[in-house]
Design a protein around this ligand. Structure first.
Ligand code: CA
Length: 232
């Protein structure tokens, strides 16, 4: 079994950092976001081994994230975190499809044990494989991180890959630069919309220009849009 990949959705920075550092020290690979809606997006577009999900989150609460994932057939094991004084209802939490829950403040050893238990129970291969994202003959595989057009492999940097993944996920929609900064960059200091322009340029030079296509379109003053032309 390879390295376990865990998504941590937690908006309290100290707790998030502690979980992240603890998991990394145990040999897990960790992805973190502090927003519920972004957590949902990441969970839907990546193949995590488990998700540690806080209940009260900006963007979308943990119940809703969990419920939406399950409704969409995603079976990734979920450990829900709840505040002791909160109005958390255990039954409701497990109802939405969480595999287990843990009350804050929690003991680290307990969290690790619970996490390992839900991963074991979930079993390998139990998680729904994320679907390939496509626009015409441009294909992105979220699991293998491979991108190709018309069968020709395209090498992307991790940032270019994330940008393309997000644009494909929202195919047909105009995606604002602000949205891209939030979802693809995600760092509090990523405030310069010009950075999206630079990376959209890099991406075009790899996925469009060599093929004579115009999949990634600029919507002046707003952002970008992935469009299909029917080319296969
Ligand atoms: Ca919270």
């Amino acid at each position: 079994m390879g390295v376990m990949w865990i998504l941590v959705v937690e908006d309290e920075p100290l707790i998030a950092d502690a979980i992240k550092m603890g998991l990394e020290a145990e040999g897990f690979a960790v992805d973190h976001t502090d927003r519920g809606d972004d957590g949902l997006y990441r969970a839907e577009t990546n193949d995590y081994d488990a998700i540690i999900l806080d209940l009260m989150l900006p963007g979308m609460n943990g119940y809703k994230v969990c419920q939406t994932l399950r409704e969409n057939g995603n079976t990734t094991p979920i450990l829900m975190l709840t505040a002791k004084d909160g109005a958390f209802d255990e039954a409701e939490g497990l109802d939405t499809g969480a595999d287990d829950y843990l009350t804050k403040p929690f003991n680290w050893v307990v969290l690790l044990a619970r996490l390992r238990a839900i991963i074991r129970r979930g079993g390998s291969g139990a998680t729904a494989a994320p679907v390939e994202l496509r626009a015409d003959d441009l294909v992105l595989n979220p699991t293998t991180h491979e991108v190709s057009r018309g069968g020709v492999p395209i090498e992307l940097t991790p940032r270019e890959f994330s940008l393309l993944q997000y644009l494909l996920h929202r195919k047909g929609e105009v995606v604002s630069k602000r949205d891209l900064l939030d979802h693809v960059w995600g760092e509090p200091d990523a405030d310069d919309p010009n950075v999206t322009q630079v990376y959209a340029g890099y991406l075009r030079r790899k996925v469009d220009e060599p093929f004579g296509t115009k999949t990634i379109q600029t919507v002046r003053g707003v952002g970008y849009r992935v469009v299909e032309t029917g080319r296969q």
